[in-house]
Design a protein. Structure first.
Ligand code: SF4
Ligand code: SF4
Length: 222
């Protein structure tokens, strides 16, 4: 196995050649915000646009989930240009998020709260107009609840359902602002072929999927 040496925020690290920068940083204790990254998925979704970093000699910030580490790479996760993109992306996500942490099962274990802390940003969007979808909560599953108003469309639950248990109950429908997590034929989750294994709940980084016993298992924390 070929390894490469690089620096991330001045810290010297080694990694397997070809490994994606996001995972190298996270596995070396350097947090880079992310929502849609899935460790076992060979091709990154690259849809949440939160993992921008700067690389010495590169003109523009790049998403760490798509870039492979190379020998001598010097990465700055705190560059002004990269952080401006991350903040803008985060604010866009929060502009359509039904924020109510005090009553949310994910409170304290939520990736959005972690990202806000990391960015020293507010969860409440200040510059953008709040545009809430006000969709009905799906309470049809005996084990868990799905609140689409807290969904960030990261796709982790879809992957978990398909990969971990080869079920494929969950998927996305529609485009743009209407895009939503749904089931085949748009049936409530409880009325589809759900095996009630709750891998989707474990994968969810927010309070969109939560167990009915009130507990939110901590996500994969990627
Ligand atoms: S999903 Fe996270 S940010 Fe949203 S209300 Fe719940 S705890 Fe707060
Ligand atoms: S329900 Fe959770 S895991 Fe699934 S897409 Fe929405 S935020 Fe991601």
């Amino acid at each position: 196995m070929k390894t490469v040496a690089l620096t991330i925020d001045g810290k010297k690290v080694t990694a397997r050649a070809g490994e994606k920068l996001l995972w190298v940083a996270l596995e070396n204790g350097i947090y880079i915000p992310n929502l849609c990254a899935i460790r076992d998925k060979p091709e990154p979704n690259a849809s949440c646009r939160l993992c921008f970093v700067e690389i010495e000699g590169w003109k523009k910030p790049v998403t760490a989930c798509t870039v492979e580490v190379t020998e001598g790479m010097a990465v700055n996760t705190r560059g002004v240009k990269a952080l401006a993109l991350v903040r803008a992306g985060f604010e866009l996500i929060m502009a359509s998020h039904a924020l109510d942490c005090a009553h949310c099962p994910a409170n304290g274990a939520c990736e959005l709260q972690k990202i806000a802390r990391h960015l020293k940003a507010s969860l409440k969007t200040k510059r953008l107009r709040l545009l809430l979808r006000e969709l009905p909560v799906d309470d049809s599953n005996p084990l868990f609840t799905y609140d689409p108003n807290k969904c960030v469309l990261c796709g982790r639950c879809v992957w978990a359902c398909r990969q971990d248990i080869k079920s494929g109950v969950l998927g996305f429908a529609h485009r743009g602002f209407e895009r939503a997590l749904t089931t085949f034929a748009d049936e409530p989750i409880g009325r589809d072929r759900c095996l009630e294994c709750s891998v989707c709940v474990e994968a969810c980084p927010t309070g969109a999927l939560s167990l009915k016993d009130g507990k939110k298992p901590s996500g994969d924390g990627a």
